[in-house]
Design a protein around this ligand. Structure first.
Ligand code: FAD
Length: 453
């Protein structure tokens, strides 16, 4: 039995079905919304007009799941889990019918819910989240009713900056209100500053240190302004991108263990700790940060799909483990690519690691090759040992996915000195003869040695 019919839940169901046929394993999945197996990650590109959507964002329809003998019950919400009795209570949102049904094995994949502060005016027409395909459609419909072309995006994390791009492409004048020191708080502020400057260059106004206090409406009841402690910003549409928190209430109420960040705690096999027959995965769980050695909540589709695969393997009688993450994420705002993996300076400080940093400027192609554009790489390594701790990249086309090399190095526990000898590919259209990652590693080695002496 699966609760939650998106990335983690339906990956688990599909993988279990691959391993066991319907005569061996009955699979029931509950999804409270009208969508299943879709890519929320594609919403910003649907809103921008880069992808047609929303059909393009649906990986598998309910009918396709049912053809594979998965009893997917749409618009049906699980409202209670009775762990001891091995049963759940479900409510059919169409008919209102409520029923209990039993399970041998339970998968909780309830995702995350967007943070929506209780501000005056937050529910006014013209204020939109972008968590679901329904939200995406509502935002697009709302753009048709907007009296003017001024958009305010609240939040400057990756969803905020992606939505800033989307609104810019829709012809809006965009202001991003960011509570933090710089946009992209998943980067150190010095790298976030590069994002800020680039957004300025794109014509996106970013206001740092801006805490929204209320949303004002016009005579028609629609959003008209967004107020911060300092001033107000005119707005014909508002997009909220202020982060998410684990949707783990159901699990908590059922007595499952929840971690310091509010996510369900699991073991290596993605089993809810202390429960033989209950698994949990995706945005509703916490993951082990392999670099810092502590639990974190990171809501990313890349993890949710892997969790589902692991859970489905285990539920289906196979074998799978998910050891943890190194914290890799990529994003973009127009042609600016942003990437990070591992620890920021403040993460290293929080776990008591002493470190050095090095920042280099390079290009993603040989400097003489057409289209060569600047990119900045910041590398963090542990003092004395030289162990790689983190990498952040800001650059243009071809910059972001270079972070994957660093993600592998982190996973392997490599030192920056070992990284300098990595046999990375080179030809002028793809990189300078010294790849920017290698240049950064060399400079970080020098910093480690310098600090040592
Ligand atoms: C705009 C946007 C852009 C993103 N971009 C990226 C990206 O570029 N890269 C990336 O890695 N990730 C990205 N993500 C994150 C990614 O979409 C999520 O991490 C992923 O969808 C999590 O999958 P999940 O299955 O854990 O949860 P969800 O996708 O949230 O699915 C959980 C499902 O459970 C259902 N549910 C919850 N409670 C119940 C209940 N009690 N009964 C029945 N059903 C229930 C919900 O309706 C929901 O459909 C993005 C997210 C957004 C919103």
């Amino acid at each position: 039995m699966v609760i939650g019919g998106d990335a983690a839940g339906m990956s688990a169901a599909s993988q279990a079905r691959r391993l066991k046929g319907p005569d061996e394993l009955e699979i029931i999945a509950f999804e409270r919304s009208t969508f299943t197996s879709y890519s929320a990650c594609g919403i910003p590109y649907w809103v921008s007009g880069d992808v047609a959507g929303p059909d393009d964002l649906i990986a598998r329809t309910p009918e396709e799941h049912r053809e594979r003998d998965i009893d997917l019950r749409m618009r049906t919400e699980v409202t209670e889990v009775d762990v001891a009795g091995q049963r759940v209570r479900a409510v059919d949102r169409e008919s209102g019918d409520t029923y209990w049904t039993g399970f041998d094995k339970l998968v909780i994949a309830t995702g995350a819910r967007p943070v929506r502060p209780e501000l005056p005016g937050i529910d006014a027409p013209g204020v939109h989240g972008v968590q679901t395909l329904g939200d995406g459609q509502a935002l697009l419909d709302s753009l048709d009713h907007a009296a003017g072309r001024r958009a305010v995006v609240v939040g400057a994390g990756y969803i905020g900056v992606e939505m800033a791009e989307a609104m810019l492409k829709r012809g809006f004048e965009v202001t991003v209100l960011n509570r933090g020191e710089q946009p992209m708080a998943t980067l150190d502020p010095d790298m976030g500053k590069l994002v800020h400057d680039a957004m300025d260059g794109l014509g996106i106004t970013t206001v740092n240190g801006a805490s929204v206090t209320k949303i004002l409406t016009g005579p028609d009841g629609r959003v008209s302004e967004v107020a911060t402690e300092e001033r107000t910003y005119p707005a014909d549409v508002v997009v909220l991108g202020i982060g998410v928190e684990p949707e783990a209430e159901l699990a908590r109420e059922a007595g499952l263990t929840v971690g310091p960040h509010g996510g369900i705690l699991t073991d290596l096999a993605m089993r809810a700790v202390g429960h033989e027959n209950i698994w949990a995965g995706g945005d509703c769980v916490e993951v082990l940060d392999l670099v810092a050695g502590r639990s974190r909540h990171i809501a990313l589709g890349t993890h949710a799909n892997k969790h589902g695969q692991v859970i489905g393997s285990n539920v289906g009688g196979g074998y799978g483990t998910f050891p943890g993450v190194v914290g890799t994420a990529v994003s973009k705002v127009c042609d600016l690519e942003i990437a990070r993996t591992g620890l920021r300076e403040k993460d290293a400080q929080a776990v008591g690691l002493r470190y050095v940093t090095a920042t280099i400027e390079s290009t993603q192609r040989a400097g003489y090759y057409p289209g060569a554009k600047p990119m900045t790489v910041k590398m963090i390594a542990e003092l004395r040992t030289g162990r790689l701790l983190g990498v952040q990249i800001v650059g243009r086309e071809g910059a972001a996915k270079r972070v994957d090399v660093a993600a592998v190095a982190l996973t392997a526990g490599m030192t920056v000195e070992q990284m300098t000898a990595l046999d990375l590919g080179y030809a002028p259209p793809f990189s300078p003869v010294w790849d920017p990652i290698l240049v950064a590693a060399r400079k970080t080695v020098a910093a480690v040695r310098g600090a040592g002496s």
